[in-house]
Every structure is written in structure tokens, then in C-alpha cells.
Design a protein around this ligand. Structure first.
Ligand SMILES: [Zn+2]
Length: 347
């Protein structure tokens, strides 16, 4: 019913030829029925390219289980439920085992293990797990309520991690409020925000993407990369990417609320003392997927990375000092995107 494609060639035991040889692992989109609903999902199977038998495909038990998991995940997506991977991600966010996460939420020992492998959660269970992800305080309250499920040691260890998550989320909430109040004068599209209203999710994703692509990323360099990404996006499409507003400062363009934006949830900050000065190293906190960006945005980000990836902070600052946008803006003034687009080299 749909196009097949080759995943890999692998030397395993062939049930048709009754010996080991090269088999093709293939996949195709197929339909299955889960809980009475028809779903499309990717099915993997092995194919023997040499047998003369009419039947030349087979699916060993382990692969069958994976196929079933994909069919159930397709059903979950259809119904707006968390997928098995998403459930595992929430659990790992609190660094607990399946058993512990289950008990923490007040459920039986194996409930979460089943949701991560074969059973489909109903909506009540789904919304409890979502709540645990979105609100660490809810998770903390749930842990306290089900304290009796754990030994004192276990309880303390889990609580420590959950409290850490509570603190982080409180900081992130406050940082977002601070950023929004600093940007209160830029609620309209204009030349200073590049005709784009500040999009904090996008800022977080762009920072996360830079953090996972550049090995030694420090604050000064990150700020220049952000400006170049916005300037190049504006040059190409007449609109900035993030909505950040930049000022002319000693070390080049610097976005308003620069101290707050590095506390967005996609990055973590490591303080480092270099030559008696505190530097902030930016590290990725969670994986950013390329699907979080449009093709145009991704191309802009990759163009900026290709140019500046190996520049150190000093080099990128010196490079930026020669941009018209920098030279023609008064110190401490906001840089207009109308000159930002006059980039020296980037197209
Ligand atoms: Zn064979």
C-alpha cells in the first residue's frame, strides 16, 4: 500500500534458507487497528533477497513488539495522548525509575512500566503525567502524599531532585516575567524588533540549537550569534527570527534582557573562572529538534554556524565591530534592523 524503503543490510539467521546470510531490514507505512481505530504506522520487517519461496518476509518477536509500540504510539498521537517516549522523558526529568515514578504518582509498581512498553493510558492517567511534567510543585505534593511507598532514604533522594526541579521552574517563570516586562515597550512590530514580536519559545530554541552545535559557547559569543541570526533572517525575509531588541554595547550588539534569556529552559549555565573573571559557559539542557524550525530559519542558523562556529569571543566581537549596524549606531542606542540587514558578508 505504500513505498517500502531499505533501513540496513544485516547478517542474521534466515528462516527461509535456514542459514546466516545478508538480509534486508526494511520499513513501510502500514495500517493497523488499535482499540477499534485504524491507525497508520511504520512497520519494520526483514526480507530475504535470495529465496525462491513466495513468502520472503518475516518479523521476529522483538521487532514485532517494536511494531506494536509504534502502532500504539500512532493511536496515542491520534488521541492527543502522551507517547511512550514522552512518558519516559517525564520520568527521566525527575531521574526516577519506572517503579518509583509509578509509586510517586500513587499507582501500582508496574503501571508506568506498562505505559512505556505496551498499555495505553486512559485520559485521567495521561493528564496526571502531563501535570507532573508541567508543574514540578504538583510532583512534589504527590511525592509527599505517597511518602509511605518509599524507604526514608529513597524518599529523601527523590525529594532532593524534585525540589531542584521546583526551584528551576520558579526561576524560569520569574525570568520570563522579567523579560516580558523589559520588552513591554516593544509590543508592536517595528524596526527595532525586526517587525517580529518577541517569541520566547523561539529564543529558547535558537539558544539551545547554538548551545548544542558549538563546543565552547560563552555568553558574549552567544549574544553575537543571536544578533547575526536575526539580522540575516531580516535581510532575507524582511522579518527578524526571535523578536529580540539589540543595543550597541562595547562588545557589539547585545539584546535587551540578555542576562535573563540565558536562563530559559533549553540551556544550562556553568560558571567558569578564567583569568580571575567569571565567565558563563552555555550548555544544552535538552535536545532541540530541527523540526522546531522552519526550513528558512534552519538555513539561517546553519549559515551563521558555518561562518562563526570556530570564532572565539574576541574574534566575533572584532568582526561585529566592523558591521555598519554597529558603526552607525550611537553607543547604548538601540540598533535598527534597517541597517542590521547591511551585513558585510553574509547573504
Ligand atoms: Zn534467505
Amino acid at each position: 500500500m505504500s513505498k517500502e524503503c531499505l533501513v540496513e543490510k544485516i547478517n542474521i539467521s534466515c528462516p527461509f534458507c535456514e542459514k546466516d546470510h545478508m538480509l534486508e531490514k526494511r520499513k513501510r507505512v502500514t495500517q493497523g487497528i488499535v482499540k477499534g481505530e485504524i491507525v497508520d504506522y511504520e512497520e519494520f520487517f526483514y526480507l530475504c533477497p535470495i529465496t525462491n519461496e513466495e513468502e520472503n518476509e518475516f518479523v521476529p518477536a522483538a521487532l514485532m513488539d517494536e511494531n506494536l509500540l509504534r502502532a500504539r504510539d500512532a493511536y496515542r498521537k491520534l488521541k492527543g495522548l502522551l507517547t511512550s517516549d514522552e512518558i519516559a522523558e517525564i520520568r527521566k526529568f525527575y531521574e526516577v525509575t519506572q517503579n518509583e515514578f509509578s509509586n510517586l504518582l500513587g499507582w501500582g509498581d508496574v503501571t508506568v512500566a506498562r505505559y512505556e512498553s505496551k498499555n495505553i493510558q486512559d485520559e485521567t492517567y495521561d493528564s496526571i503525567m502531563r501535570m507532573a511534567r508541567e508543574n514540578p510543585l504538583f510532583t512534589l505534593q504527590s511525592l509527599e502524599k505517597h511518602k509511605a511507598m518509599f524507604t526514608e532514604d529513597k524518599y529523601r533522594k527523590i525529594k532532593q531532585k524534585v525540589v531542584e526541579r521546583v526551584e528551576e521552574s520558579a526561576i524560569q517563570y520569574l525570568k520570563k516575567q522579567e523579560i516580558n516586562s523589559i520588552y513591554v515597550n516593544f509590543k508592536e512590530e517595528n524596526e527595532y524588533n525586526g517587525y517580529k514580536i518577541l517569541d520566547l519559545d523561539k529564543v529558547a530554541k535558537v539558544i539551545g540549537y547554538f548551545a548544542q552545535s558549538v563546543i565552547n559557547l560563552f555568553k558574549v559569543k552567544l549574544m553575537k550569534l543571536l544578533w547575526y541570526a536575526d539580522a540575516l533572517h531580516f535581510r532575507r525575509y524582511g522579518k527578524a527570527m526571535t523578536g529580540l531588541v539589540y543595543k550597541h554595547m562595547t562588545y557589539g550588539a547585545l539584546p535587551l534582557a540578555y542576562d535573563e534569556i540565558i536562563h530559559l529552559p533549553t540551556v544550562k549555565i556553568e560558571e567558569k573562572i578564567i583569568c580571575d573573571e567569571i565567565s558563563y559557559k552555555i550548555l544544552p539542557n535538552k535536545k532541540i529538534n530541527v523540526s522546531d524550525f522552519t526550513a528558512e530559519e534552519l538555513n539561517v542558523l546553519d549559515t551563521i554556524l558555518a561562518k562563526f562556529k570556530n570564532y572565539n569571543s574576541k574574534e566575533i566581537v572584532e568582526y561585529m565591530h566592523k558591521e555598519r549596524a554597529y558603526k552607525e549606531t550611537e553607543p547604548y542606542s538601540i540598533i535598527s534592523f534597517h541597517i542590521s540587514k547591511e551585513l558585510r558578508e553574509l547573504r
